[in-house]
Design a protein around this ligand. Structure first.
Ligand SMILES: C[S@@+](CC[C@H](N)C(=O)[O-])C[C@H]1O[C@@H](n2cnc3c(N)ncnc32)[C@H](O)[C@@H]1O
Length: 198
């Protein structure tokens, strides 16, 4: 990671902590992943190596920058979905400042619509960090848009374990997937879609 991206990530992390401590309304909180989670995502994307990444829940782009920095070394791109216009505006500024805009396509929309419209087996890697109560209904589409051998990471699997119970049960019932819990950051659910990549 170059110095420009590294120092911007530190700045956004500090901004997020200060902002979230004073924001009364949840919709105004940035709710960024931890730096350790960023490292974890980066290692997975680089190791896979993932060329097409989907992120659901951009906020102001902190996790997107970790993923974009990783796909900059895999010759890949990231699509990231955010429905809050103010957060999308902040994210665009951060992408420009990082010099990583060319790797990122920000979609301002409801993730449910984006998932429903996406083609089959197009993503190598999906990062879920959004409205947890929706994951269960999104799961069939997530599985469909993920290529065989693709990975899903879902944040907050320890911090909000109970909210994810029905989702994790559905994943466990899916014969074409395996899943484990990784104690990094707020807890990462790591899911593999079985099958050989094309
Ligand atoms: C936890 S924050 C994402 C934090 C970000 N991944 C990071 O680490 O910097 C969740 C975001 O998901 C967005 N969101 C919630 N429901 C959504 C939906 N149905 N479609 C798109 N974005 C959604 C919220 O506006 C919020 O900005």
């Amino acid at each position: 990671m170059n110095e420009r991206v590294g120092s911007l990530l530190q700045e956004i992390e500090a901004f997020g902590k200060a902002n979230d401590a004073r924001a009364a309304d949840r919709s105004q909180k940035m709710l960024n992943i931890t730096p350790e989670t960023g490292e974890f995502l980066s290692i997975l994307v680089r190791h896979q190596p993932a060329k097409r990444v989907l992120e659901i829940g951009t906020s102001n782009g902190y996790s997107t920058l970790w993923l974009a920095d990783a796909v900059s070394s895999t010759d890949g791109t990231i699509e990231t979905v955010e429905m809050n216009p103010e957060k999308a505006r902040l994210a665009r500024i951060n992408f420009e400042r990082a010099g990583l805009s060319r790797f990122i396509h920000l979609v301002e929309a409801d993730a449910a619509e984006v998932l429903a419209a996406a083609a089959d087996s197009i993503y190598d890697f999906v990062f879920l960090d959004s409205e947890r109560t929706e994951y269960l209904s999104w799961w069939p589409h997530i599985l469909r848009v993920l290529r065989p051998g693709g990975l899903v990471v879902c944040d907050n699997a320890i911090s909000h374990k109970h909210e994810l119970e029905e989702f994790t049960a559905a994943v466990r019932r899916t014969p074409s997937s395996s899943m484990c819990l990784v104690p990094v950051g707020k807890g990462q659910l790591l899911i593999l879609k079985h099958g050989e990549p094309a």
